[in-house]
Design a protein around this ligand. Structure first.
Ligand code: TXA
Ligand code: MG
Length: 317
């Protein structure tokens, strides 16, 4: 069921059930992070392999810092600037966080989402929420309550509807190795805005996967229909006559139907493009197309995170 009733979400979460929650990035599939049965249920509902750990969500820094230890200065600086917001910090975990949540890692991923409904919800709970994106493992992340309903509606009792996600890309995951700051997943906060604050950081692309499962998470965010990346005009020429969805950054392609164009941002604005990406992919994937053709954005700002999602959507499992 979809609704806006925070009290209903609280009742369900308190008794160990799962609830889909809105965040500014994407919708999450949330359960009590201190309840191993609820955490196990998250993995089951998502069909997610148990080696892929979950992000833990709290309402404020005080609660967040109680779940971690040895927090470096850079983490404090980043938290000050970007929390609440699309930033996840990887920090040494306290014992209150089970190995099930972190997939056996001594580090836990922690984040304070910026959505007012979910902040209110988190403030009223006595426990943090473990929440991956609310999509079946490997599929496109949801940016509306309706996306969640279509994908997982029959498996969870309640979807808290907070409207379309404002950012539309997952959080940027940042960790620390020997005093160095590392970006493990490009996301809603650009590499540039992090570097403006704390200086040069290392970006380790594709490395949020478990070391024992190299490359397994390379294909991700993928629609059911094949997605091909390249020069749109050239690809349309090659695939003439096919029923094609087009994802372009800002340009309109005047083509003969049956073509279904999505323009991410007519003015070339990265923030707008990020907000529209997953919704565009969901829409095109509902049309029973032969393929989706997409182009990469400039490798700067949020364009880097968008390109990461497009590249992984284009890899076939
Ligand atoms: O914006 C977001 O981060 C959304 C919203 C719902 O908060 N969540 C999200 O969760 O994107 P998920 O599960 O789809 O992606 C989390 C990523 C995974 O790639 C996982 O491997 C990584 O975070 N991760 C989580 N805990 C980790 C840990 N302890 N060590 C390394 N990577 C971790
Ligand atoms: Mg995900």
């Amino acid at each position: 069921m979809i609704g806006k009733d925070i009290d209903q979400a609280i009742i369900l979460l308190n008794k160990g059930s799962l609830v889909a929650i809105p965040t500014e990035t994407v919708y999450g599939l949330a359960g009590n992070a201190f309840d191993e049965a609820a955490v196990a249920e998250i993995f089951a509902v998502k069909n997610r392999p148990s080696f892929d750990p979950l992000i833990v969500h709290t309402s404020d820094w005080e609660r967040l810092s109680q779940l971690a230890s040895n927090i470096p200065d850079a983490a404090h600086i980043l938290a000050e600037a970007f929390m609440p917001g699309p930033l996840t910090l990887l920090l040494p975990k306290q014992n209150t966080i089970s190995d099930l949540v972190t997939a056996g890692s001594p580090l836990v991923a922690l984040r304070i989402p910026r959505h007012p409904m979910t902040l209110k919800l988190l403030q009223q709970l006595d426990f943090p929420l473990a929440a991956p994106s609310a999509n079946p493992f490997g599929y496109i992340s949801p940016t509306t309550a309706q996306h969640v309903e279509q994908q997982l509606g029959n498996k969870i009792p309640y979807i808290l509807d907070g409207g379309p996600c404002e950012v539309g890309l997952e959080s940027t995951i940042v960790g620390f190795e020997n005093d160095k700051t590392i970006i493990y997943r490009k996301g809603g906060i650009s590499v540039e805005s992090i570097e403006n604050l704390i200086g040069t950081v290392e970006v380790k692309a594709h490395s949020t996967s478990h070391p024992q499962a190299p490359g397994m998470l390379k294909s991700h965010y993928a629609p059911r229909v094949p997605l091909i990346l390249g020069n749109i005009e050239a690809l349309l020429e090659i695939h003439k006559g096919k029923k094609i969805g087009i994802i372009s950054f800002q340009k309109t392609f005047l083509t003969k139907s049956p073509h279904y164009p999505i323009i991410l941002s007519p003015t070339g604005n990265f923030t707008e493009a990020a907000r529209n990406l997953f919704a565009g992919m969901h829409y095109l994937d509902s049309l029973d197309l032969d393929m989706i053709i997409a182009e990469l954005l400039p490798e700067e700002n949020l364009g880097r995170a968008i390109n990461d999602r497009l590249r992984r959507a284009a890899v076939k499992a």
